[in-house]
Design a protein around this ligand. Structure first.
Ligand SMILES: Nc1ncnc2c1ncn2[C@@H]1O[C@H](COP(=O)(O)OP(=O)(O)OP(=O)(O)O)[C@@H](O)[C@H]1O
Length: 576
């Protein structure tokens, strides 16, 4: 396409239509004022492209002749839309000028580039591109990007399905931002919901993982069709009234998954230990969904007294049971048009589970003491710290409800497996506590941070928050020291310690010096973690390897191979 002084290459879809025009809803947008908002449509069927004038002001000409009706196009035809020229190229597809690197290859190119940043005081940008649904093969999108403004030195990598990362060496932040915007615009006809995040070195960090994570976190908060810049609060994800810190690669992936799930109407099941942030994850689904303007209600099913669970969820009529002095709508009705978060769903009795299943299947509820059915439009996000599949096996959870709730399962890792997030969360909670208590912000000493990072955090993020609230109250100077932390943080568990043993909370003054850390070969630890995650994924998906592999982003063949190597089984052995 030749427009003014610039030219660009735009791939045609293999089948279907492409509307060209100046309007914001055109698939191929042109700036030139001589082009109408919806000027022409190119339809491709069975390998033949035809152009149709959409009653444009300045008409469509092919090789100088004005088009009437649907005009077939041939290789080399020159099409004029007002003053804009398009030349149809039906040659065999030209090779992409940018090979698509895999995760590891991209990572090592970025690491090399970061060395040059240090040595020659250069800058580099990393763009994370979330394509959303796209209508052309990925190779065509890379080709379009290659011809749509990427320079030869830029590097394109793939992070996952529909996720690209682009390395932009030697660009200032502003230039990198322009490139990212141009990229989103170039891909718009084929990926209309694409959005991007940008991080730059040295400003946002000098570590390849950190930069990629920062760009991906920025992309998470970018509205469709736009670019978000990673800012001073690099890992803060603003989700309306909540701010969530997302820094660890596994958590970035999970939040990307949640954003994708949000646009569907699927029920989501969140699995994670207590305090890992399950409610925040449920909120994220709500915030990113079309229901964001509706209510978000959360209930912890473990706190519902059996007798009241049904009325809390589905409501009751006056006199339905002793104590029902007035008619009351239940949470399903109150959450109409929005999202209902059922925390600790495994704690519901079998009787209430049956009613919940009916409400989900029929989208109707009946209040206690009433015979009338009422329609409800509610999206359910459920959470549990238990392995629901095991609960099903033990007869404590209905299998049909398990299948209904677990169409999309998200596993939140415990905080101890998110090492990058511990210092960020600790600082954020300390800052919040100081602001709340009206005291100046506190620094955290290296020794205190070391203790925080080495701790096991059985209570996860909630426990860390509690510790930082308490530390803010204990600290008497400008720096938080180990003496302001509870004694329990000084105790490192030996490998065979019982993980759920209660911890001693002693006064901070009476402390022993920290026990020396024990180390194991890293490969051994990684194998153990991998095995554990695979087992959890299997259990969360009812033992279906294909689904389990997808859940943790592992190719199915690798999963199947390691399944044998690790002697995994569909279910974990019950705890003795
Ligand atoms: N990534 C995060 N960034 C900021 N705050 C967080 C994050 N994760 C959790 N929190 C905070 O930690 C606390 C516990 O989180 P949350 O209630 O979401 O956990 P949960 O897994 O739902 O817990 P439970 O299983 O006990 O219901 C909350 O105050 C929450 O705001």
């Amino acid at each position: 396409m030749f427009e003014g002084d610039s030219s660009s290459l735009r791939p045609l879809p293999r089948h279907g239509d492409l509307v060209i025009g100046r309007g914001s809803t055109a698939d191929l947008r042109v700036q030139d004022a001589s082009v109408s908002r919806h000027h022409a449509r190119v339809s491709v069927t069975e390998g033949v492209a035809r152009i149709i004038d959409l009653e444009s002001h300045n008409g469509v000409r092919v090789n100088g002749v004005r088009v009437e009706g649907a005009q077939p196009l041939r290789n080399g035809d020159v099409v004029m839309l007002g003053d804009v020229t398009l030349v149809l190229n039906c040659e065999a597809r030209p090779r992409a000028t940018h090979p698509l690197l895999d995760v590891n290859a991209f990572h090592s190119r970025l690491a090399d580039e970061l060395e040059r940043v240090v040595r020659y005081e250069r800058t580099v940008g990393v763009v994370a591109l979330e394509l959303g649904p796209f209508t052309a093969p990925l190779a065509d999108l890379v080709l379009a990007a290659s011809h749509g403004g990427l320079r030869r030195m830029d590097v394109v990598g793939q992070q996952g399905p529909g996720q690209l990362v682009i390395l932009l060496p030697e660009l200032t932040r502003d230039e990198a931002e322009d490139s990212a915007r141009q990229l989103v615009e170039t891909l718009r006809p084929f990926a209309p919901e694409a959005r991007a995040g940008l991080a730059t070195a040295p400003r946002d960090g000098m570590d390849a993982d950190a930069l990629i994570s920062a760009a991906r976190t920025a992309a998470l908060s970018a509205p469709t069709g736009s670019v978000s810049l990673s800012g001073p609060n690099l890992y803060r994800l603003e989700l309306g009234e909540r701010t969530v810190i997302v820094a660890d690669a596994a958590m970035v992936r999970i939040y990307e998954q949640l954003r994708r799930l949000a646009s569907s109407s699927l029920a989501v099941l969140i699995h994670g230990e207590t305090g890992t942030g399950k409610e925040n994850a449920a909120w994220a689904v709500h915030h990113w969904s079309r229901r964001a303007q509706g209510p978000f209600l959360a209930v912890n099913c473990a706190t519902l007294v059996e007798a009241l669970a049904e009325s809390t969820l589905f409501g009751h009529e006056r006199g339905a049971f002793s104590g029902a002095a007035s008619t009351q709508a239940g949470l399903f009705e109150k959450a109409h048009g929005g999202t209902l978060f059922l925390d600790e769903v495994a704690e519901l009795s079998l009787a209430v589970q049956a009613k919940l299943l009916r409400a989900l299947d029929q989208k109707r509820i009946t209040r206690l003491g009433d015979s009338r059915e009422r329609p409800v439009d509610v999206r359910i996000v459920a959470a549990t710290h238990r392995l629901l599949a095991n609960e099903v096996k033990a007869g404590r959870f209905r299998e049909d409800l398990f299948f209904r709730l677990s169409t999309a399962v998200v596993l939140l890792p415990p905080l101890r497996n998110r090492p990058r997030e511990i210092p960020l969360l600790a600082r954020a909670f300390l800052e919040e506590a100081c602001a709340r208590d009206g005291r100046p912000p506190l620094d955290i000493s290296a020794a205190a941070m070391e203790l925080l990072c080495a701790f096991h955090w059985e209570g996860n993020v909630r426990q860390l928050k509690g510790v930082m609230d308490r530390a803010a109250a204990m600290a008497d100077g400008p720096v938080l020291e180990p003496s302001h932390l509870p004694d329990s943080l000084q105790w490192q568990e030996s490998d065979d310690a019982e993980p759920s043993a209660p911890r001693k909370e002693a006064e901070p003054e009476t402390r022993a010096s920290p026990a020396p850390r024990t180390f194991r070969p890293i490969a051994e630890e990684l194998r153990e973690l991998e095995r554990q995650r695979m087992q959890e994924a299997l259990e969360a998906t009812g033992g279906v390897q294909k689904h389990a592999a997808r859940l943790i982003g592992m190719p199915l063949r690798t999963f199947a191979l390691k399944y044998k190597q690790y002697s995994l089984s569909r279910w974990s052995r019950p705890a003795s």
